[in-house]
Write a protein that binds this ligand. Structure first.
Ligand SMILES: [Mg+2]
Length: 282
C-alpha cells in the first residue's frame, strides 16, 4: 500500500476553498482547546478563509456550542457550527415524525433539538413512539437506560412500531486524560439487547445521523457553495470514512482517537493526507 502523504495546515488552507473541522480530538477536548487550535481559528478568521465545524454532538445547540468554544478562545459564529443535532429536524420532517411522542436520553439541548424538530418530548417512563439517544450525559444513566429499555421492550412485545434515532454514533471521545464513552456506545448496548430478544427483527436498530453518514457533509457543501473542501478529523470511522463517502478529501490529524491503525492499513478508509499539527506556520 502506498504511503499516505503528509501535509501541513498551511498547504491545506492554500489548496482548498474551505476547511471542514472536527471538534473533539482536533480543536478541543472536553475541558479546553487542543494545541494549535486557538492559533488556527485566529488565522482562519484573519484570512477570511471559509471553514465549518462538523461535530457529531447533539448535546449542545450551535449557539451554546459557540459560547463554550469562545470560552476556550475559539471564536466561531453559530452559523459555522454544524451539529448532528441539527439533522434531527430534517429527519423528523422527512419521515413523518412531527408530533410523535419522543423519549430523549440527553441533556437540555438534546431535548431542545427534538422540540425544534416538532417532536413531543415525553419522559422515558411513559409510552413513546421514538427513542432518541442524544448524549451519554444529562440524565441518571443506569436508571434512565433501564426505564427506556423496559418501555421499549413492552412496546415491541405488543408488536407496536418504534423508531430509534442516534444523532451521534461516536463510541468514544477524548478527555484531557484518556477517553470516555459516547452515545453510540449506549445505542450499541441497547441494540445488542434487542438483537438477543428479537432475533427475527434485524430492522431493530438505530438510525444514525452524524458522521460518517453524509448529512453533515452535504450541509457543509450547501453552506460553503463549493465541493473543494477538505475534512480535518481524528477518527477514521467517522471523519475519514464520511468524507470518502461523499467524495471530499480528508486529512487525519495525529494524536486523536484513530490510534496507529491507519498506518498499517488496518482500516479500510484511508485519508487523503496525514496532518502532524493543526498549528499554522509549522
Ligand atoms: Mg473527533
Amino acid at each position: 500500500m502506498t504511503a499516505i502523504p503528509i501535509i501541513t495546515i498551511d498547504e491545506l488552507i492554500a489548496r482548498y476553498d474551505a476547511l471542514l473541522l472536527d471538534a473533539y480530538g482536533v480543536l478541543v477536548h472536553r475541558d479546553g482547546p487542543l494545541p494549535g487550535a486557538v492559533e488556527l481559528v485566529a488565522a482562519l478568521n484573519r484570512l477570511g478563509k471559509p471553514y465549518f465545524l462538523l461535530t457529531n454532538t447533539a448535546a449542545r445547540l450551535p449557539e451554546h456550542a459557540a459560547e463554550r468554544y469562545r470560552s476556550f478562545g475559539l471564536d466561531f459564529d453559530p452559523g459555522q457550527i454544524l451539529t448532528s443535532g441539527s439533522l434531527i429536524a430534517p429527519y423528523f420532517a422527512a419521515h413523518g415524525l412531527v408530533g410523535r411522542r419522543v423519549a430523549v436520553l440527553g441533556p437540555e439541548d438534546s431535548v431542545r433539538y427534538v422540540e425544534r424538530a416538532g417532536g413531543r418530548v415525553v419522559p422515558a417512563r411513559e409510552d413513546f413512539e421514538v427513542l432518541l439517544v442524544g448524549d451519554q450525559v444529562g440524565f441518571p444513566f443506569l436508571e434512565t437506560v433501564d426505564t427506556a429499555l423496559s418501555r421499549l421492550i413492552a412496546r415491541l412485545d405488543r408488536d407496536e412500531p418504534v423508531t430509534l434515532i442516534l444523532p451521534n454514533p461516536d463510541l468514544i471521545y477524548p478527555k484531557a486524560r484518556g477517553f470516555g464513552i459516547t452515545s453510540g456506545a449506549v445505542a450499541l448496548m441497547i441494540e445488542a439487547v434487542l438483537k438477543q430478544r428479537y432475533p427475527d427483527r434485524p430492522d431493530l436498530g438505530f438510525v444514525r445521523l452524524g458522521k460518517p453518514e453524509p448529512g453533515l457533509f452535504e450541509e457543509a457543501v450547501r453552506r460553503a457553495r463549493t465541493r473543494r473542501l477538505v475534512m480535518i478529523g481524528d477518527q477514521i470511522e467517522t471523519d475519514i470514512r464520511g468524507a470518502n463517502g461523499v467524495g471530499i478529501d480528508s486529512a487525519l490529524v495525529a494524536g486523536g482517537v484513530a490510534g496507529a491503525g491507519f498506518a498499517t492499513g488496518a482500516s479500510a478508509a484511508r485519508p487523503t493526507y496525514l496532518l502532524a499539527s493543526i498549528a499554522p506556520g509549522r
